[in-house]
Design a protein around this ligand. Structure first.
Ligand SMILES: [Zn+2]
Ligand SMILES: [Zn+2]
Ligand SMILES: [Zn+2]
Ligand SMILES: [Zn+2]
Length: 109
């Protein structure tokens, strides 16, 4: 354990601080992004929700379109069919209004 830069206690683990709940590295093995924003609710890269991970080790994301929570491994929203990742190239779809992948032009409808 190291000293947490947020609460200054020796509770900083590999991904997060067990004292104050601050995240430093995304715990999603396929992502591992460094988290710089201290009040972030989720990973800016893969969308993992930190609160659910902290509570019950569940890897969930929130759909930016219909706001429903679901497993992080799903490439498409189960409820509104919004694509989180391009089904062809895996590129992150940055906007809910995109109809094609910005990288490979696959239709996202
Ligand atoms: Zn802390
Ligand atoms: Zn992540
Ligand atoms: Zn959705
Ligand atoms: Zn694509």
């Amino acid at each position: 354990m190291e000293k947490c830069p947020v609460c200054k206690e020796m509770k900083k683990g590999k991904f997060s601080c067990s004292g104050c709940g601050a995240f430093f590295v995304c715990p999603n093995p396929g992502c591992s992004s460094e988290i710089r924003k201290r009040d972030a609710e989720g990973c800016p890269r893969c969308g993992l929700l930190f609160a659910d991970y902290l509570k019950n080790r569940k890897m969930l994301r929130q759909c930016p379109k219909c706001k429903k929570k679901q497993g992080l491994s799903e490439p498409q929203c189960r409820y509104c069919r919004y694509w989180f990742l391009c089904p062809t190239c895996g590129h992150k779809v940055p906007s809910t209004s995109m109809l094609t992948c910005p990288r490979c032009a696959t239709s996202l409808r």
